[in-house]
Design a protein around this ligand. Structure first.
Ligand code: 5GP
Ligand code: ZN
Length: 115
């Protein structure tokens, strides 16, 4: 864990989080500043900085994050209408928190154009 990392601190229980999922590998909690009625962050417990620091052996973790996001979309009742999964990487990619995470966003019609 990184003491200076807000997501590590949420995972450790030092900062409150509105959790919708927790397992030994991945947690999910609601974004503090949601852009749609469903805005959930899926976060690995391990402090991986970004896609840029992912190792080949962590590919399965990313796959499980996607499948968990699909399950949460179903729980949220947005799976049939559609949703967006976003992973920002680095400063020009819009990554603010340097701990790998996937946004699950839905509940309204999102812009057709990304970026
Ligand atoms: P990024 O821009 O790094 O992809 O996304 C970071 C996200 O984390 C933002 O959508 C932001 O609103 C969210 N966020 C930042 N700090 C906190 C926090 O303390 N709690 C929660 N739940 N979300 C946070
Ligand atoms: Zn972290």
């Amino acid at each position: 864990m990184s003491e200076s990392c807000v997501f590590c601190r949420i995972i450790a229980g030092e900062i409150p989080g509105d959790f919708v999922h927790r397992d030994e590998e991945i947690v999910a909690f609601r974004d503090i500043n949601p852009v749609a009625s469903t805005h959930i962050l899926l976060v690995p417990r391990d402090h991986i900085e970004s896609v840029q620091s992912l190792l080949p052996e962590q590919a399965d973790l990313v796959g499980r994050m996607v499948l968990r996001a699909r399950e949460l979309a179903e729980q949220e009742g947005i799976a049939d209408r559609g949703y967006r999964l976003v992973v920002n990487c680095g400063s020009e990619g819009g990554q603010i928190v340097p701990h790998l995470h996937m946004h699950l966003i839905g509940g309204r019609k999102l812009d057709d154009r990304i970026g």
